[in-house]
Design a binder for this molecule. Structure first.
Ligand SMILES: CC(C)(COP(=O)(O)OP(=O)(O)OC[C@H]1O[C@@H](n2cnc3c(N)ncnc32)[C@H](O)[C@@H]1OP(=O)(O)O)[C@@H](O)C(=O)NCCC(=O)NCCS
Length: 157
């Protein structure tokens, strides 16, 4: 017997809100804190907002139809990413952030950045691997990647 696993990265669609809500319901309180800087449970309305990419760009990772990762970037360059606890350490977080950087380059966003807590080793590792400048403050980490020196292509995806 052979098991086939399909891992797909794609732009979120409005009807993904349910899968996004399920993904967020799988997160621990600590994960939610790392994502929102507050103990916050995602509401249906917020899930619908993430899936409806009018004010931001969202990419999702899907395994056999199940949403296991989500990353969103705003047009000011700030982004956040989450991966389902059962699917971590597989490179999905890194790949999602890479796709946000590609989107930023193609859409003239000059600097991409994220904020996290100093203990968020995996997120800081992703930043370091992808060339972000990491600024460690006492109670938060600010990281940015300057895209002004990159070969920016001004075209819509
Ligand atoms: C941060 C997060 C998105 C990373 O997702 P992921 O899919 O596990 O990321 P990757 O698999 O690409 O791993 C990134 C790196 O961290 C390492 N890593 C991940 N989890 C780790 C752990 N628990 N211990 C040690 N290393 C770890 C990986 O090995 C990898 O390094 P490598 O490329 O040298 O092997 C995920 O942990 C998450 O959703 N956390 C909660 C929400 C959050 O913190 N979001 C960030 C807000 S900006």
């Amino acid at each position: 017997m052979s098991l086939s696993v399909s891992l797909v990265y794609r732009k979120a669609r409005p009807d993904d809100w349910k899968g996004i809500l399920e993904l967020y319901n799988s997160l621990s309180d600590d994960d939610l804190y790392l994502r929102f800087f507050t103990f916050h449970k995602l509401t249906e309305e917020e899930a619908r907002k993430i899936a409806d990419t009018k004010e931001h760009y969202t990419v999702i990772a899907e395994i056999n139809g199940k949403i296991v990762g989500e990353a969103s970037i705003y047009f000011d360059g700030e982004f956040a990413v989450v991966v389902h606890p059962d699917y971590r350490r597989l490179g999905i977080g890194t790949e999602l952030v890479k796709r946000l950087i590609e989107f930023a380059k193609k859409n003239g966003i000059k600097k991409v950045r994220f904020y996290t807590l100093p203990e968020n080793y995996p997120m800081i590792k992703i930043g370091k691997k992808l060339g972000f400048k990491i600024i460690e403050r006492e109670d938060e980490v600010y990281a940015y990647l300057d895209l002004t020196n990159e070969n920016v292509i001004l075209e819509k995806t």
